[in-house]
Write a protein that binds this ligand. Sequence first.
Ligand SMILES: N[C@@H](CCC(=O)N[C@@H](CS)C(=O)NCC(=O)O)C(=O)O
Length: 210
Amino acid sequence: MIKLYFLPYACCSSVHIILKEIKVEFELIYVGKNANEQIKSKFAILNSLKSVPVLELEDGTVITQCIAILEYLADQFPQYNLLGKIGSKERIEVIKWLSFVATDLHKSFSPLFQLEQIAVGSEVTQQNVRNWALANINKYFMILNNHLAANSYLAAERFSIADAYLFVVYQWTKYTGVSTQNYPNLSNYIERIARRNSIKSVLHHEAKYL
Ligand SMILES: N[C@@H](CCC(=O)N[C@@H](CS)C(=O)NCC(=O)O)C(=O)O
């Protein structure tokens, strides 16, 4: 059975959502601080970065990096239209937004979870880093808000792997004090996709590990 190594409500939740969308059987393996040492050691061997997500296929193949895993799963189950055909414009749009979410938006949130490690003991530097991150996030949220004024989803007018990733990153506003009040189109879109069974099930299940 496919195994997903995960931390609750982290970027790997996007993979969890897509595993639910494509309706395959899989095993979830928690690798957080309360995981047992054997699992932690195995996880460190599977991914030397020690970051989630890690997907282990039935034949032992290991895939790391969110975008690679999401694209792999979407391509294995093309009937769910989560990415688009190779060479199609919609596929390029999905990959463009995936890249935006992963490298621009996600990585602007990352420092907000690590302010203490980035600037040990310096509240001024921590505030400067926070301001830098917030400026980026607000710029990216405005781009998304404008896009979603005229589009129901990020790409191709249907739910894709990029929407799953954006949904997860947006949830981090709740833990980092990032205001979303200036982005009504974005908030409405998030509320709408939160009604998907895949997303409801993932949020419910992962909450047990928080
Ligand atoms: N580029 C990586 C980013 C992965 C990443 O940032 N994962 C975070 C959770 S969202 C993580 O594992 N953090 C814990 C750590 O790095 O120790 C990917 O796409 O997989």
